[in-house]
Write a protein that binds this ligand. Structure first.
Ligand code: TPP
Ligand code: MG
Length: 896
């Protein structure tokens, strides 16, 4: 059976000696000829079903024979000038190599990669010359995720295109050098006119690309952008596919029938340390996975040199041998002389040896692989762009370090190779025919052919034909005009005695925003199967859940008001249980201002513990891309999410938000704080077009929302304001209680206890953002350091707390390091209360007592500080401990 399939896959007549089989094959081929391939496939399928019914079990095969998916007969003619394209590619190869070699001469060990691009060059160049369309006034353009480590090749092409200067090329990986340099890898943050997608943290680019392709569809289905045939291309390494994110979302792509998505996996069979699957076959493994997931799989294994050999493989022995050899063998054949391959690969069968007897050892060694053959790559890409109904993956076999010869081609050390000696450079130059003289070659000079040379003219003409240069990043979205202050006004009034949570308040704001005539349609709510947790189910009915094919069933709850409504133009992205996928949607929506010129505003709401901690690297990538929007950490707080316990309760995320430079992080306690932050955030991101995004924690604890105190706005946004000053006549004993998020209510209770039972007048401050306070203070410190002699800038927190008397107690539902990081700029060292340690399942009250952040713990801390200052006697402390029922012998929650 395998042999038959092999023959058919290769599309040639079988000369099998088995007469019965031969008869079957011949009648099958007659069928193909008379009725066409589709009908023949149908009949085979029915035969298979018939066999199953009669109890004949056919072995399941998810992979096909180890040959090209597109047989020679089906290969379209190559539309380009292959010779000129080869010369252009050779020059780019040289410049890519030169930039790495030179960078490492100028700066020892600055790094860079030669061998990844060396294996990718043909796969990229066929794309550049024939497929990748740039964004123009008329067309949307393709989005290309370039394999990060191949960046030198992309720079080298841009240099030929006249988009990068020699100086920039010389400063590869020396971005801080005079005149600027080129970043090591694709980083939109650092090269905002050039790179669109950061791809270097392996595994992120495939999942980002999938959700990007789906988001493009979403915008079309909702009528936010016109339909287009633009593609999303993602170039990956074969080693990269071991990252769980890389393959984790591939079923989404097929389920959503994303035929606007093309993966190209550069299967050089090697990763950094050695072979990807030395004892197996990565391509077969990937084929099975993608086929199983419903993708269109195109294998590009063998170059044109192999076509005549396969043509003569009438008995299928070559195809069989191709299937037997493991990747470790294939890597060896790259490095070993042709005689070795003759002996070990072809030598297993006299018929194989005969097949190659007309070839010299050198010719055997040079039999080109599919991924290095433009005709094969073109055929695969053409089939991929024409394919309908599912995404396509091209699995292209290449050689890592192609062309490096002794310096690394196919060797295990090749990934790290960045220095070539003079002989190696000369050899590379000669192999690719670069017109650089012998006496110059040691300097590895960049080479650019004259403007009027056929190469340059061809290169320009091709890119012109395809709409311009790729990659290119631009910002086309006009700023939004909306004045949202009226829209949010109602939340400033408070809840008038009603108990609500900040999550409920947020959902109310979101609902209003979605009704706004200008902003409404731009809002993209994203939930990872958590809408009910956050009380957002009312939105299901209001705006619908996005479903490309619409709702094909009657939902069980159709008779209820808030039924589960799916619709083609649904606005909610209900992603299912995938925070990683959801943040990819967030990123696609948050960067649509650049990719599509549309200001979509994503609101991604998730369990805060499963946010930054779990998907931190994707958030980092979103930051690099300048993604805009709101990340909402729901059910946040270590003691506020009662009952859920250790894995769920979040006392960390505000610390994890700290290192992301353009992420603003807020922990609001009240609806008016939330409203102020949202309104300001939308204006800063979408009107002022700042490259920032937001992390806001929301809680599920209901309490009465007070009205916004006058003059609070600035403090809310900058991180702290006096929310509730000490009431009545001030006593001698004073204290300052800083509370944030849900713990603000505990601070307010502590204020009461202190006043009523201990005669202490305490002010309560709401800290909405320790990160903002920290950022501002650090900035002031830096300015003062660099500009001594001028009037020093006073940090906001210092100015705000100046003149606030008494000890400072700072309590939050996060670890103590959060307030501690701004301690230096407070008028006196604070006592920090927080929730270091593993969470527990219990009630809020029990948890707050356990973590020592409840009202009595705050009050006690204030009293102890006053005692230290000699203002309160020891007996009072003893009384407090007794009255508060403090267990002073209880274990430390931080480590228990
Ligand atoms: C998440 C992550 N882990 C590790 C690395 C380091 N790294 C860079 S390239 C590489 C090997 C790449 O192999 P492959 O994906 O096969 O690409 P190739 O260079 O062979 O085309 C590794 C481990 C990284 N960039 N990202
Ligand atoms: Mg690889």
């Amino acid at each position: 059976m395998g042999t038959i399939t092999n023959h058919l896959t290769n599309g040639r007549r079988a000369g099998t000696p088995d007469p019965e089989l031969r008869e079957w094959v011949e009648s099958f081929e007659a069928l193909v000829e008379e009725s066409g391939a589709e009908r023949a496939a149908q009949i085979l399928e029915q035969l298979r079903a018939h066999a199953e019914r009669t109890g004949i079990r056919l072995p399941f095969a998810a992979s096909t024979p180890y040959v090209n998916t597109i047989p020679y007969e089906k290969q379209p003619p190559f539309p380009g000038d292959q010779e000129i394209e080869r010369r252009i590619k050779s020059i780019i190869r040289w410049n890519a190599l030169a930039m790495v070699v030179r960078a490492n001469r100028m700066e020892h060990n600055i790094g860079g990669h030669i061998s990844t691009y060396a294996s990718q060059a043909t796969l990229f160049e066929v794309g550049f010359n024939h497929f990748f369309r740039a964004k123009t006034d008329q067309s949307e353009g393709d989005l290309v995720y370039f394999q990060g480590h191949a960046a030198p090749g992309i720079y080298a092409r841009a240099f030929l295109e006249g988009r990068l200067t020699v100086q920039q090329m010389e400063n590869f990986r020396r971005e801080l050098h005079e005149g600027g340099g080129l970043s090591s890898y694709p980083h939109p943050w650092l090269m905002p006119d050039f790179w669109q997608f950061p791809t270097v943290s392996m595994g992120l680019s495939p999942i980002l690309a999938i959700y990007q392709a789906r988001f493009n569809r979403y915008l079309e289905d909702r009528g936010v952008k016109p339909k287009s045939d633009a593609k999303v291309w993602a170039f990956l390494g074969d080693g990269e596919t071991d990252e769980p994110e890389a393959l984790g979302a591939i079923t989404l792509a097929s389920r959503e029938q994303l035929d606007n998505l093309i993966f190209v996996v550069n299967c050089n069979l090697q990763r950094l340390d050695g072979p990807v699957r030395g004892n197996g076959k990565i391509i077969q493994e990937l084929e099975a996975i993608f086929r199983g997931a419903g993708w269109n799989v195109i294998k590009v294994l063998w170059g044109s040199d192999w076509d005549p050999l396969l043509e003569h493989d009438t008995e299928g022995v070559l195809v069989q041998r191709m299937g037997e050899a493991v990747d470790g063998d294939y890597q060896k054949y790259v490095v070993a002389p042709g005689s070795y391959t003759r002996q070990h690969f072809f030598g297993t069968d006299p018929r194989l040896l005969k097949m190659v007897e007309h070839l010299s050892d050198d010719q055997i060694r040079r039999l080109r692989l599919g991924g290095h053959d433009p005709r094969k790559a073109y055929a695969a890409y053409q089939a991929a762009v024409e394919h309908r109904g599912s995404p396509t993956v091209v699995l292209a076999r290449t050689i890592k370090g192609y062309g490096l010869g002794e310096a690394g081609e196919g060797r295990n050390i090749t990934h790290q190779q960045k220095k070539l000696n003079e002989d190696e450079l000369r050899e590379f130059r000669s192999r690719f025919g670069i017109p650089i003289r012998d006496e110059d070659v040691a300097d590895a000079p960049f080479y650019r052919p004259p403007e009027n040379s056929p190469e340059m003219q061809y290169l320009r003409a091709r890119r012109q034909e395809l709409g311009g240069f790729v990659p290119q990043r631009s910002v086309l979205a006009p700023p939004v005009k909306a004045d949202l202050s009226e829209l949010f006004r109602e939340f400033e009034a408070g809840s008038e005695g009603r108990e609500v949570s900040t999550t409920m308040a947020f959902v109310g704001m979101l609902r209003k925003l979605m009704r706004d005539p200008e902003i409404g349609k731009l809002v993209v709510p994203i939930v990872p199967d958590e809408a009910r947790t956050f009380g957002m189910e009312s939105l299901f009915r209001q705006v619908g859940i996005y479903a490309h094919g619409g709702q094909k069933y009657e939902p069980v709850d159709v008779h209820t008001l808030l039924y589960y409504k799916e619709a083609v133009d649904g606005q909610i992205l209900e992603e299912g249980i995938t925070e990683a996928g959801s943040v990819c949607s967030f990123t696609a929506a948050g960067t649509a201002y650049s990719t599509h010129g549309i200001n979509t505003i994503p609101f991604f709401i998730f369990y805060s513990m499963f946010g930054l901690q779990r998907i931190g690297d994707l958030v980092w990538a979103a930051a690099d891309m300048g993604a805009r929007g709101f990340l909402l950490g729901g059910t946040s707080g270590r003691t506020t999410l009662a009952g859920e316990g250790l894995q769920h309760q979040d006392g960390n995320s505000h610390i994890l938000a700290l290192p992301v430079p353009n992420l603003r992080a807020y922990d609001p306690a009240y609806a008016y704080e939330m409203a102020t932050i949202l309104e300001d955030g939308i204006q800063r991101m979408y009107r002022d077009q700042e490259r920032i995004f937001y992390y806001i924690t929301v809680m599920n604890e209901p309490y009465v929302m007070p009205a916004m105190p006058a003059g609070a706005r600035e403090g809310i946004l900058r991180g702290l304001y006096r929310m509730y000053p000490a009431q009545g006549k001030k006593t001698k004993l004073r204290a300052q209680l800083l509370g944030s998020g849900a713990i603000l209510t505990e601070a307010l209770r502590a204020q009461e206890v202190l006043a009523e039972r201990f005669g202490v007048s305490a002010d309560v401050w709401s800290v909405t953002s320790y990160k903002e306070l920290y950022r501002d203070a650090m900035e002031a410190d830096r300015e003062n350091l660099l500009h001594t002699g001028t009037k020093p800038r006073v940090p906001f927190i210092t100015a705000a707390l100046a003149g606030a008397p008494g000890p400072i107690i700072a309590a939050s539902d996060y670890i103590k390091a959060l307030p501690l990081m701004v301690a230096k700029w407070m008028p006196r060292p604070p006592v920090c209360l927080g929730t270091d340690g593993f969470g527990r399942s219990d009630s809020r009250a029990a948890l707050r007592r356990f973590f020592e952040v409840d009202a009595p713990s705050i009050a006690l801390a204030a009293l102890v500080e006053l005692h230290r200052e000699g203002q309160v006697d020891a007996a009072t402390i003893q009384r407090a401990i007794k009255e508060f029922e403090m267990d002073t012998a209880k274990p430390n929650p931080a480590i228990s």
